[in-house]
Design a protein around this ligand. Structure first.
Ligand code: GLT
Ligand code: MN
Ligand code: MN
Length: 388
């Protein structure tokens, strides 16, 4: 690889809300003027992105009339056609409007739950119209500040009922669409239900159509909880559930920072990219992040280009790791297998268990072997720092 320019086959996408962030936070007002969805599509095309994702209300104001909606969608589609950008993923905003102050599908008020369903049905139609094959559910307000307010069991049941209803809708409409559930432990609620990707995977197995539902893990959300993101992605992949991914970065234990991909924990980002490339993940690589509040729109472009460039650099580093003779020799040594134990692995049998109980192990001898992980890790660092 000689240059790190993004190509359509890299499947890099950004949400309208990412490059469209105006920098408003709980402590300060907007620092960049708001750009229209059409302008943002052109910005993304300029930096070389492949896809643009959206919430219903990133594109269509919540109070828009049917005529306004159709005009906005027409103009947006024209911008997509002009730039060649695609809409791989769509989602519903079930967190901004005050009606969702107690959640959406899990809110105590049945009118809120029904409105959330109605809003999602309309938003699924919009996603289908724009060609989205993945529909994300981030339940940002599905949680509590006080557990006096809500039964955690009811919340799980309400969430399940909503997902089952919406799966049936997609089947009824014959849309070519899958759902991807995105976990987050907290923020904006004090605690959010189904706090991690692992929780989501367990929840999915309780649905009526688990085959239609996977996950959309986000780097920052697992790191907020101090977890190893790549391990969680591996579990989702193993379950056949990695339908989408949100790439960004985060300091553990802080507010939801949504930093430029790879800008905080380069090593964790490397293992993640290496994992995705090694297993052959073919879904979108979505950057759910935003530029620092210090930036103007030139800075936003620097941010977006940086996300993609870092991914491609790390992809090259992963290839280098995989072809480095010393690293590969160490890995071969670490994973050496003289097959003398193979007889004990695999399917259980009574005889196997009996034989295993009689096997004599050199416990001290086996434990005394150094594993050379220090050397291996240092070689990894040298690859990442460009020395190797
Ligand atoms: C919001 C959140 C993200 C979700 C988006 C999809 S919206 O910005 O912080 O993690 O992926 O709803
Ligand atoms: Mn996200
Ligand atoms: Mn986030």
């Amino acid at each position: 690889m000689t240059n790190y320019s993004p190509k359509p086959e890299d499947k890099f996408s950004f949400g309208l809300w990412t490059v469209g962030s105006t920098g408003r936070d709980p402590f300060g007002d907007v620092v960049r003027e708001k750009k229209s969805p059409v302008e943002l599509v052109h910005l993304l095309a300029e930096v070389g992105a492949w896809g643009v994702n959206l919430h219903d209300n990133d594109l269509i104001p919540i109070d828009a009339t049917a005529t306004e909606r159709d005009r906005i969608v027409r103009e947006f589609k024209a911008a997509l056609a002009e730039t060649g950008l695609v809409v791989p993923m769509a989602t519903t905003n079930l967190f901004f409007d005050p009606i969702f102050k107690d959640g959406a599908f899990t809110a105590n008020d049945p009118k809120v739950r029904a409105y959330a369903l109605q809003k999602t049905l309309n938003s699924i139609d919009l996603g289908a119209e724009l060609g989205a094959k993945v529909y994300v559910f981030w339940g940002g307000r599905e949680g509590t500040e006080t557990d006096s307010s809500k039964s955690a069991l009811n919340a799980i049941k309400r969430n399940r009922e909503a997902m089952n209803f919406l799966c049936e809708y997609v089947l009824d409409k014959k849309y070519d669409m899958k759902f991807a559930l995105e976990a987050k432990p907290n923020e904006p609620r004090g605690d959010i239900y189904n706090a991690t990707t692992g929780h989501m995977l367990a929840f999915i197995s309780t649905l009526d159509h688990p085959e239609m539902v996977g996950v959309n893990p986000e780097v920052a959300h697992e790191q907020m909880a101090g977890l190893n993101f790549m391990h969680n992605v591996a579990q989702a992949w193993d379950a056949g559930k990695l339908f989408h991914i949100d790439l960004n970065d985060q300091f553990p234990g802080r507010f939801d920072q949504d930093l430029r991909f790879g800008s905080r924990d380069i090593k964790a980002a490397f293992y993640l990219v290496k994992f995705l490339e090694d297993v052959g993940y073919e879904g979108p690589r979505h950057f759910d992040a935003h530029a620092y509040r210090t930036e103007d729109y030139e800075g936003v472009k620097d941010f977006a280009r940086g996300c993609m460039r870092t991914y491609l650099i790390l992809k090259e580093k992963a290839a280098r790791f995989n072809s480095d003779p010393e690293i590969q020799a160490l890995l071969a040594e670490i994973n050496a297998d003289d097959k003398s134990m193979s007889v004990y692995f695999g399917a259980y049998s009574t005889n196997k268990a009996a034989a295993l109980k009689n096997q004599v192990f050199d416990r001290k001898g086996t434990a005394s072997r150094g594993l050379k992980y220090e050397r291996l890790d240092q070689l990894t660092i040298e690859i990442l720092t460009g020395i190797r």
